[in-house]
Design a protein around this ligand. Structure first.
Ligand SMILES: [Zn+2]
Length: 286
């Protein structure tokens, strides 16, 4: 008889997510990111959620939330629990900003685009000037590069924050009053909301910034894994900005096979004809 049962409550259950911005329909690149995070969560018996990162209303495209949801459903990528919306979490972002400000990490910046260096940083030049809150300003967080730590990417191995990756400051609240992506993602992706983040490799430098914010906010960083990006024939990353075409939702099986191929996964046999059969094979071989 075993008198020392394993206390399973101590183990943080897997919680992953796909977090698109509602700036347009899914394309082959975003489907590949969604599929990777879905397969990772399902293969580890985890929870997989859908979070709509709608903190930038000027960039939102009408109807895209519905288009994203129905494209995910037609590809069998069914999320658990209700959909989350970042626009509901303003209070959390405001609290995070207060915390950063109280610890002396924030400063007001009045630099316009022409004043900024090519790297988009003001080099903390505004920090010493104690800019009046009456002037139009953004809020930046200081970065102490000596305190940055690397992390073990689940797919790419050890990642250290090179000087070029993280500038000495970055924006956490924009001049137009909107919360910056880095702040919202850092707060929402931290544990216990999420334990595992799987996303495209274009976000690697953002991960260093978000981990920096999580460190300052005393949040527990999730584990990160970055998957290869999908490029078009001209070598551009597929994105809504570069006008990537929307997925043909009438050919989900072909789209899934193409994404699996891109992720360097075992090709499902030709006998796997339906979306469910393809996904079942993919989960088993992830
Ligand atoms: Zn500045």
């Amino acid at each position: 008889m075993n008198n020392n049962p394993v206390v399973e409550e101590d183990v943080q259950p897997y919680r992953g997510r796909f977090a698109p911005s509602p700036t347009g329909p899914l394309h082959a690149g975003s489907l590949t990111s969604a599929l990777a995070s879905f397969l990772d969560a399902r293969s580890l018996k985890g929870i997989w959620r859908l979070r709509i990162d709608d903190i930038d209303p000027p960039r939102a495209a009408k109807g895209s939330v519905e288009a994203i949801r129905s494209a995910l459903i037609s590809h069998g990528l069914i999320w658990d629990e209700p959909v989350l919306y970042q626009s509901w979490a303003s209070e959390c972002y405001e609290r995070a900003l207060r915390q950063l400000s109280e610890k002396g990490w924030l400063f007001r910046c009045i630099c316009t685009r022409t004043h900024l260096t090519a790297r988009g940083t003001c080099g903390q030049a505004c920090a010493d000037q104690n800019i009046s809150s009456d002037l139009p300003h953004s809020l930046r967080v200081k970065v102490d590069r000596r305190r940055l730590t690397g992390f073990e990417d689940r797919f790419l191995g050890m990642q250290t924050a090179a000087r070029a990756d993280v500038s000495e400051d970055f924006i956490v609240k924009r001049r137009d009053g909107l919360y910056a992506y880095q702040l919202a993602a850092a707060v929402d992706d931290a544990q216990p909301h999420f334990t595992h983040i799987v996303r495209g490799a274009d976000l690697l430098t953002s991960t260093h910034r978000q981990r920096w914010l999580q460190d300052l906010l005393a949040l527990v960083s999730p584990s990160y894994g970055h998957v290869p990006l999908v490029f078009d024939r001209q070598g551009h990353k597929l994105s809504k900005q570069t006008g990537a075409p929307a997925l043909n939702v009438h050919a989900p099986e072909d789209n899934l096979r193409a994404s699996l191929n891109h992720l360097d996964q075992v090709t499902p046999p030709t006998t796997a004809r339906t979306v469910a059969e393809i996904l079942e094979h993919a989960i088993a071989h992830w």
